[in-house]
Design a protein around this ligand. Structure first.
Ligand code: MLC
Length: 424
């Protein structure tokens, strides 16, 4: 007799795991990216009492410190998931957008390929690469004679986009720097964040120059770390006897692509170079929600211009006004900080964005950090972010990953299992 037909009601994140950032060296030295991936995956599986043998799919994001041919196959073989039957593993490379692309791909694998439990895993150890080796590898990624970007190539690439924003929309140098100060306030409230104390605008503007309008404290904070998320169908939950309201539901997603490197000069850059707005509109449309329905935003912020373009793309600020919006929120936060004590200060009420501190302040292990946006969103939607960071009544979240230099944007919209969206 065929098994009874069961409607798959939703696809959801059911567990997350992460290593500490910059974990101390063990007896055999610092953990490799593969070891960080394995530790994070194990902690995600442990969080819901599952085992590697429960996995039907695996998506891995390649690392910079120790890249492997077919990263997902390498990892799946290492952990004993392969060889096996009816398993599917894939490597996803959309740069820093990888974790969100991976999340959306995992949803498709659950819906279309019958893989009812899929892990998305990333890990890297770029902090422990010597600076010159890190730069040699990082410079190669987006370098091209046509782009004419000096080393460090990536900071200079984003700097050029920031100069475009300043020339075209009047964004100020201070507004760019405020992004870093804002993120440091958020990070100071997360126990795992590398940045432990808020920094001032003067700290940011006084840090070492890296490119014409970019200083050291405005660069993604290089780190080692691993992170993993588990994506499952509602039927998997039923089969395993897990509660029906476990996790957060993936209710929509969108992706869009831009060029790998910017035009030679800020005056030659056009709006098509940014892919975030398009990805956001696709995601909103699929989820049938708008910006007002979102309670928490996990926005990619490798450099200030990325955060400024993100607040515009998701609709928190009109086009061209992202810098002004950041300035407003920065001053509101400073006022609230002055007026309150450590327990009554709730920055998340004013700015429910990156409550963990983002790439600028939490820490950025190369292509891993969008994982932290997803993990923080999951914590917010399951009400487990803790009193320092919890957004009140968080029901829906938007997470954004960006790869290259605005070269790929992936956005997912998540809903708490109790927000009445389980029909998606
Ligand atoms: C660096 N430091 C910071 C910081 N950035 N501290 C606080 N906040 C930040 N945001 C600290 C470091 O921890 C270190 O302190 C010190 O400053 C020097 O940093 P460094 O990295 O060791 O210096 P150096 O080797 O000279 O390199 C500087 C740099 C490099 C700016 C060239 O850090 C860099 O390239 N960073 C950006 C990395 C990057 O581009 N990531 C990808 C983003 S793009 P201490 O105490 O530890 O010595 C993206 C898209 C994609 O995300 O697809 O990937």
């Amino acid at each position: 007799m065929p098994p009874p037909f069961r409607l798959m009601r939703s696809v959801r994140i059911i567990g997350t795991g992460m290593t500490r950032l910059n974990p101390p060296a063990g007896p055999r030295g610092h953990a490799t990216p593969t070891q960080l991936m394995q530790q994070a995956l194990q902690s995600a599986l442990d969080s819901v009492g599952l085992d590697v043998r429960d996995l039907k799919g695996l998506i891995a994001i390649p690392s910079l410190a120790e890249p492997h041919f077919m990263e997902a196959h390498y990892l799946a073989t290492q952990i004993g998931m392969l060889p096996g039957r009816s398993l599917i593993v894939r490597t996803v490379d959309t740069g820093g957008a990888g974790p969100v692309t991976g999340l959306l791909e995992a949803k498709r694998m659950v819906q279309m390929e019958g893989a009812d439990l899929v892990a998305v895993v990333a890990g890297d150890a770029v902090k422990n690469l010597p600076s010159d080796e890190f730069l040699r590898r990082a410079d190669q990624t987006c370098s091209h004679p046509e782009a004419n970007l000096p080393s460090p190539v990536i900071p200079h690439g984003y700097d050029r986009m920031a100069q475009y924003q300043m020339q075209r929309f009047g964004t100020t140098r201070e507004q760019l720097a405020m992004c870093s100060a804002l993120m440091s306030i958020m990070a100071s409230r997360h126990p795992y964040a590398l940045t432990k104390a808020p920094r001032t605008l003067a700290d940011v503007l006084g840090s070492a120059p890296v490119a014409p309008v970019t200083n050291l404290l405005e660069c993604a904070r290089r780190a080692d770390g691993g992170a993993a998320i588990l994506v499952a169908s509602s039927t998997f939950l039923e089969r395993k006897g897990l509660p029906r309201d476990t996790g957060t539901v993936i209710i929509g997603g969108g992706e869009a692509s831009g060029p790998l490197y910017p035009a030679k000069d800020p005056s030659l850059i056009t709006e098509e170079a940014f892919s975030c707005e398009e990805a956001a509109s696709i995601a909103y449309e699929e989820a049938q929600v708008g910006v007002k329905d979102i309670d928490f935003f996990g926005l990619y912020d490798c450099y200030p211009i990325c955060l400024i373009r993100a607040v515009e793309a998701v609709g928190l600020a009109p086009k061209g006004r992202g810098g002004a919006y950041i300035e407003l929120k920065y001053h509101e936060l400073l006022d609230a900080m002055r007026r309150s004590d450590a327990t009554s200060f709730r920055p998340q009420d004013i700015f429910p964005v990156n409550t963990h501190g983002g790439l600028l302040a939490f820490g950025a292990p190369w292509e891993v950090p969008a994982m932290y946006n997803i993990i923080e969103a999951h914590a917010q939607l399951t009400g487990t972010a803790g009193p320092q960071r919890q957004v009140r009544n968080a029901r829906r979240a938007l997470v954004y990953g960006n790869g290259g230099i605005f070269s790929h944007s992936s956005i997912a919209i998540l809903s708490s299992a109790t927000a009445g969206q389980s029909a998606h």
